[in-house]
Ligand binder design. Sequence first.
Ligand code: HEM
Length: 102
Amino acid sequence: MDNGTVSDARPSVFHALLSPEGKDEMYVVPTVDEMKDEATAFFGAAADTTGSAMTLGTFHVLSNSSIYSRLSEELRDAFPDPVARLEYLKLEPLPYLVSPEV
Ligand code: HEM
C-alpha cells in the first residue's frame, strides 16, 4: 500500500476503503495515516470481542466435565495428531463444536 499499489490477489477491507466503487461523490482516497487508524480499530474490534468470547467459552467448557468430554472426544477424532493445525474447514462441520445443543 505504501508504494501506491494494491494487489487484487486477495481482496481485503482495505480494497473497499481504497476504491471509489459504491461511494458518493464526496469520496476521497484515505491517507496512509487514516488507513493505519482503520487497521488499528479493526484489530481492536476483532481481538477484544473474539478474545472475550473465547475466554468465556473456554471457562464454561472447562467448568462442565460432560461438555469437556464430549467436545474433546469430537476434536480428538477429527484431529488424531495432537500437534496438527486445527484447520477451519475441518472444524466447521463438527456438530458438537458448532452446535452444542444437538
Ligand atoms: C465475538 C466476536 C465479535 C463480536 C461479539 C462483535 C461485535 C460487534 C458489534 C456489536 C459491532 C457493532 C458496533 C456498533 O455498531 O456500535 C461490531 C462492529 C465491528 N466489528 Fe465486530 N464483533 C466481533 C468480532 C469481530 C471481528 C473478528 C472483526 C474483524 C476481523 C470485527 C470487526 C468489526 C468492525 C470493523 C466493526 C465496525 C463495523 C462498522 O464500520 O460499522 N468484529 N462488532
